[in-house]
Design a protein. Structure first.
Length: 186
């Protein structure tokens, strides 16, 4: 699949590269200030958050480590069911650690709500959430998100880590997936 063909599925660029860079720099400043006297452990949710996390981490000026979790939610391609399974657990014991969960997007909130309960049970010193994107209109369950990159409308987006059936993660911007592609994929 060529880049041009990939982009054929994108109806509209929602957040361009420059806006992403600018906002991630701001988030990095904010987090660095908040964690000035604490070592932070970033926990990335595979796979979508990897791109955001790599850029965010390079904006942090505090000592930090990273670890990853992979979880899967069952359900249709563009809908979360809230049934969550851990595919890969953390390598690091988070007891007594200052944990910052890094997510690509919060939609219904069901995935993150499960994850937060799971991580809280392991006794971290603190636990906060940083999400690049959030769709407030879609929220079914409230999750306490400390840092948000962008609030976006209720559209299915791809790029900068976000996928549709594992495709489009490599786009350098966040774009709205075209209805044609969604229809064909479901
Ligand atoms: P939630 O459990 O409904 O909050 O779903 C969260 C997960 O669904 C995210 O981590 C994404 O993997 C996926 N997701 C939700 N909305 C989108 C979207 O617009 N594009 C791509 N993936 C999405
Ligand atoms: Mg995800």
């Amino acid at each position: 699949m060529s880049q041009a063909e990939l982009e054929r599925g994108v109806a509209e660029v929602l957040i361009d590269e420059e806006s992403l860079r600018g906002r991630i720099t701001e988030l990095g400043d904010e987090i660095s200030t908040d964690y000035a006297d604490r070592d932070v452990l970033l926990i990335g949710v595979l796979k979508g958050a990897v791109f955001f996390m790599a850029d965010l981490m390079r904006e942090l000026r505090v000592p930090c480590e990273i670890d990853f979790m992979a979880i899967s939610s069952y359900g249709a391609a563009t809908d979360s069911s809230g049934v969550v399974r851990i595919l890969k657990d953390l390598d690091i014991n988070i007891e007594g650690r200052h944990v910052l969960v890094v997510e690509d997007i919060i939609d219904s909130g069901l995935t993150l709500s499960y994850l937060v309960r799971n991580l809280e049970a392991r006794g971290p010193a603190s636990l906060e959430i940083c999400a690049l994107l959030t769709k407030p209109d879609r929220r079914e369950i409230q999750v306490p998100v400390r840092y948000v990159g962008f609030e976006i409308p209720n559209r299915f987006v791809v790029g900068y880590g976000l996928d549709f059936a594992e495709r489009y993660r490599n786009l350098p911007y966040v774009g709205v997936l075209s209805e044609e592609v969604i229809q064909a994929g479901e």
